[in-house]
Design a binder for this molecule. Structure first.
Ligand code: ZN
Length: 115
């Protein structure tokens, strides 16, 4: 399942960060998820609850910010409203997605030794 592989690579990333900073315990992960990323948030949470056991993320919480999709003209950068036709009103060029398909690990709250 898509969500399980996302969670697996997420926990890998967190482990790398923890190794790099000497972190021993992770409290919370902040994720930014685009509405068109294809991620089912509920499935992602369930996958995280399952996978985090006995990893660096054991006991950590998941905090998820959803990002609405937004488009702009690929030529003149005019904002293109979501809806039927994703095409610029001015120059008729196809729109490109600005955001809305991302899966970003924004922030990790973890316990780290004071240096
Ligand atoms: Zn345009």
């Amino acid at each position: 399942m898509h969500e399980y592989s996302i969670v697996a690579s997420l926990i890998d990333r967190v482990q790398q960060e923890a190794d790099a900073h000497g972190g021993s315990r992770v409290y919370r992960l902040h994720l930014k998820i685009g509405e068109l990323s294809g991620v089912e948030v509920e499935l992602l949470k369930t996958a995280f609850d399952t996978f985090r056991e006995r990893t660096i993320c054991d006991g950590a919480e998941l905090s998820i910010d959803m990002v609405a999709a937004a488009w702009a003209c690929s030529s003149c950068d005019r904002a293109v409203a979501r809806g039927a036709i994703l095409r610029c009103d001015d120059c008729g060029r196809p729109a490109r997605m600005l955001e809305g398909d991302e899966i970003i690990l924004q922030r990790i709250e973890m316990e780290a030794p004071h240096v």
